[in-house]
Design a protein around this ligand. Structure first.
Ligand code: ATP
Ligand code: MG
Length: 140
């Protein structure tokens, strides 16, 4: 097992409902360490670039609109197998299919407003972290 870093976003449905601490508690209880965190408003350009792999999907416009609709909290999480571990802690994309105890099962409102983002591979984690954090701002 290897110590990894993954990129996380607490989406606007979290900040709107004042759930930052509640979601962070689930992350920390799972053994993941929050080694960088910042609350920001994502610009339209940032959201479009971040989700550009989905540019051809029918929900792309709605997704970009949602991600820019309010503040988000961007984070770097560190731990053993952090990428896969966080995907497990997040639960399925559609909260109706998310396992008990997962963040999306506990808090997500819909497949669109689904509370958290987590990188889907170690390679993408590195790319995504660089979009939002300088190395000096990550304190392990
Ligand atoms: P994320 O990339 O945000 O961590 P994910 O990897 O579980 O989520 P993706 O397939 O990468 O899911 O989709 C990216 C995001 O697009 C989802 O988290 C969700 O907010 C939105 N999305 C995905 N499918 C739909 C859909 N059918 N309708 C509306 N929004 C969707
Ligand atoms: Mg994804």
């Amino acid at each position: 097992m290897a110590t990894e870093r993954t990129f996380s976003i607490l989406k606007p449905d979290v900040t709107a409902r004042n759930l930052t601490g509640a979601v962070n508690a689930v992350i920390e209880e799972a053994g993941l360490r929050i080694v960088a965190q910042r609350r920001i408003r994502m610009s339209d350009a940032q959201a479009k670039k971040f989700y550009e792999v989905h540019a051809e999907r029918p929900f792309y416009g709605e997704l970009v609109e949602f991600m820019t609709s309010g503040p988000v909290v961007v984070q770097v999480l560190e731990g053993e197998n952090a990428v896969a571990k966080y995907r497990e802690v997040m639960g399925a994309t559609n909260p109706a299919q998310a396992a008990d105890g997962t963040i999306r099962q506990k808090f997500a409102k819909s497949v669109g407003e689904n509370t958290v983002h987590g990188s889907d591979s170690l390679e993408n984690a590195g790319i995504e972290i660089k979009q939002f954090f300088d190395d000096k701002d990550i304190v392990g």
